[in-house]
Design a protein around this ligand. Structure first.
Ligand code: UDP
Ligand code: MG
Length: 328
């Protein structure tokens, strides 16, 4: 049957040696309890610890565990994409490796999906064991994103979600390289709903999302879903030139009709600093978009796979899948 199963669970992993075994056990017991066929697609995102070795052992003992092994670290959103490309289930669940998202919630997600929803995302009502700074920046980020974008991206949701095959297929066809998957899922539409949960503490290990990666993700999110920064840059530039023009008239008036002109060194310096600063920051905004246009224009593959285990075919996206669309 072309390897297609009821449910695929995609787990991105970057240096997660401490959590894999526990995550695997908890996921397996939840998935067993559904009583349908399933697969666990583990994507190793260029880990430098023993992650690959541990996953390889799991693959040997359990053929429902599959490995997509990247040649280097490509980032969380790309790892999730690769997992979806390789998933064959009639529904696909995305979940983090660190058990911050409780696997038990998958049961509820499957129930909502069987009711007819195409996307069931997890909404965090509380976050445990995360720093004040992380919670604060995350909440600011979701609100800023809401204000800047026209796509309605739900607040306080991560990538923990279930998607019907047709949603997953649509996402896989969107090959843009700056990916913000939660935004893309909102963009595609379909019937969406959510289930609430409490985000637990990381089970072991440290966060693999340092501030640098969080900022990258936020910029990707805003620039891929909004051109408002470009428009704001234009408006700001226009207002400033208008103000500059008024000041110019004033200076001319003072020079021509009064004796009040000074050598003017201070004002020149102030203006030059101010305007250079602003010009440069606006150029920065433009550069951000131009850089992205360039990235997209290159049409590079999103990731490079060095190895695959337990897949029936050694190809990426299978063009034809059996059983698409039916949920029973
Ligand atoms: N991750 C990844 N590649 C990266 C960073 C993170 O595949 O470059 C994975 C990581 O292994 C985990 C998930 O993405 O399964 C979420 O990362 P993490 O839990 O560290 O982020 P946080 O929950 O702190 O935001
Ligand atoms: Mg985490």
């Amino acid at each position: 049957m072309n390897g297609s199963c009821f449910l695929s669970v995609v787990v991105p992993m970057f240096n997660e040696e401490e959590v894999i075994d526990t995550t695997y056990r908890r996921l397996t017991s939840v998935l067993e309890s559904i009583g349908e066929t399933y697969e666990i697609v583990l994507v190793n995102d260029g880990s430098r610890d023993r992650t690959t070795d541990i996953v390889r052992k799991l693959c040997e003992s359990d053929s429902r565990v599959k490995l997509v092994d990247f040649s280097r670290n490509f980032g969380h959103q790309i790892a999730v994409t690769a997992g979806m490309d390789h998933a064959s289930g009639r529904a696909v669940v995305l979940i983090d490796a660190d058990l911050q998202d409780p696997p038990e919630l998958i049961l509820e997600m499957v129930a909502r999906w069987r009711e007819g929803y195409d996307v069931v995302y997890g909404k965090r009502t509380a976050r445990r064991g995360e720093t004040w700074f992380k919670k604060f920046t995350a909440s600011m980020f979701y609100r800023l994103l809401g204000a800047l974008t026209s796509v309605n991206i739900p607040v306080d949701t991560g990538d923990f979600r279930l998607m019907d095959r047709k949603v997953s297929d649509t996402l896989c066809e969107m090959r843009e390289s700056s990916r913000f998957i939660r935004g893309m899922v909102s963009w595609v539409g379909f019937r969406q709903t959510f289930v609430e949960y409490i985000r637990e503490e990381r089970f072991a290990g440290e966060t693999k999302y340092p501030l640098r990666k969080m900022i990258r993700l936020s910029i990707d999110a805003i620039t891929s879903f909004s051109t408002k920064p470009l428009k704001l840059a234009g408006i700001l530039g226009f207002l400033l030139s208008a103000a500059g023009f008024v000041y110019l008239l004033m200076v001319l008036y003072l020079r021509l009709f009064t004796d009040a002109t000074q050598p003017g060194w201070t004002s020149l310096i102030v203006i030059s600093l101010l305007f250079h600063g602003i010009t440069l920051s606006l150029l920065g905004v433009l550069g951000e978009y131009i850089g992205r246009t360039y990235e997209e224009a290159k049409r590079r593959p999103l990731y490079v796979v060095s190895d695959r285990l337990n897949f029936e075919r050694n190809t990426e996206r299978e063009p034809e899948r059996v059983g698409v669309g039916s949920r029973e």
